[in-house]
Design a protein around this ligand. Structure first.
Ligand code: NDP
Ligand code: PYC
Length: 343
């Protein structure tokens, strides 16, 4: 987690300029204009908020997946009503966010009509943080939960073979008088993206995070990436959450389990093709008439008890700062991005 908070230092780039640069990269590598606009905004937002493990460092991975033919950057999702409060979305081997956004308006109508709705997305490549998917629901007064599975790189508790993905889940709730409270966390000890950043920067990873190819505990990120694996967070409890996410994001949606992702015929591919599930609830249906006030009260109690930082607060503070001062990118990163854009 500490690595996720290590943002780049360097030349400040305005958010709109970063979005435009990333959009050019996606277009140049074969996506439709709509997909390029959505992914560029999403990835630039991660960099802006300091979600570094899913910011611009991921762009070569997106490009690798597009160039190898593993993902379809022009996929047309199909949306199917499976019930009055259940949408099924087939992303058609495209990126998840454009498929999600294609279904979002109808989904919101279902939530308003029924008090709760489920969206099950399959055949979808999610290569980003989850908070951009859920935070906007909370800004519209709704409670949102989302789950994504990824690719096998996490051993079950006490196990030897990687079965689970790093499997993140995110939760967002409105808070009276403030920004939504959003948490967004992997079911593993750390995100695979942070292991890769540690390997590149030559940091050790915390003890207890992963094992090498022989199943022995290691703090060497390269050993984790080279045939080793991460552990679930919190032992068997995190393992159960990783299991639940495989069930919700893959078994239920019709997406692939993390261990079924096989990109071996597509060298350079990095975006797992799996599934994503959303559960969104209108909290007013609880009938208390004071939901967001009660959540604000709970946060007050948590802070008074001594927790100085709620999930999401670091991102919001960095968002305010980088929107004002620009998003710092190293000269090497900027040069890499400009080269990918063909500038
Ligand atoms: P972190 O451990 O960095 O953070 C998890 C959550 O805890 C965040 O909401 C964070 O808030 C909060 N938090 C962190 N430190 C504190 C603290 N000291 N006090 C209170 N709250 C805290 O996240 P992970 O490393 O588990 O995951 C990083 C990202 O990787 C996530 O965005 C996740 O969606 C993404 N991911 C994506 C995958 C995919 O398949 N697409 C797979 C795995 C991960 P804040 O953000 O404000 O710091
Ligand atoms: O950081 O674990 C990760 C990850 C997997 C897929 C996308 N991000």
């Amino acid at each position: 987690a500490a690595f996720a908070q290590t943002a780049e230092t360097g030349t400040p780039v305005a958010f709109a300029d970063l979005v435009a640069l990333l959009e050019r990269i996606f277009l140049r590598h074969g996506t439709s204009e709509r997909v390029a606009a959505i992914l560029a905004e999403n990835c630039a937002s991660c960099e802006r908020d300091g979600s570094t493990s899913h910011g611009v460092f991921r762009i070569p991975g997106y490009v690798g997946s597009l160039k190898s033919g593993w993902v379809d950057g022009r996929a047309e999702p199909t949306v199917e009503e499976a019930g009055p409060a259940f949408l099924r979305v087939d992303a058609a081997n495209g990126f998840t966010q454009p498929a999600f956004l294609a279904a979002r308006d109808r989904f919101l109508e279902m939530v308003r009509d029924n008090g709760v709705a489920v969206m099950a997305i399959r055949n979808s490549h999610h290569f980003s943080a989850l908070w951009p998917d859920v935070e906007p629901f909370a800004r519209e007064g709704l409670v949102a939960l989302s789950f994504v599975n990824s690719f096998a790189c996490v051993v079950p508790s006490g196990g030897k073979a990687a079965v689970y993905g790093t499997n993140p889940m995110a939760f967002a709730t409105p808070v009276a008088g403030g920004d939504p409270m959003v948490f967004d966390q992997a079911a593993s000890s750390m995100a695979n993206g942070d292991v890769r950043i540690a390997a590149r920067e030559g940091h050790a990873i915390p003890a207890g995070s992963g094992v090498d190819r022989d199943g022995k505990p290691t703090t060497d990120p390269k050993a984790v990436l080279d045939g080793g694996a991460l552990l679930p967070f919190g032992g068997h409890k995190g393992g159960s959450i990783a299991f639940m996410i495989e069930v919700l994001a893959a078994a239920l949606t019709g997406g692939k389990y993390s261990r079924e992702v096989d990109w071996s015929a597509h060298p350079g591919a990095e975006t797992p093709c799996t599934g994503q599930l959303f559960i969104v609830i209108d909290p007013e249906r609880g009938g208390t008439g004071a939901f967001a006030d009660r959540v604000a009260g709970l946060i007050g109690d948590v802070k008074e008890a001594g927790q100085d930082r709620m999930p999401g607060e670091r991102r919001y503070a960095r968002r305010a700062r980088t929107l004002r001062d620009g998003i710092p990118l190293t000269p090497a990163r900027l040069a890499e991005l400009r080269a990918l854009a063909g500038d």
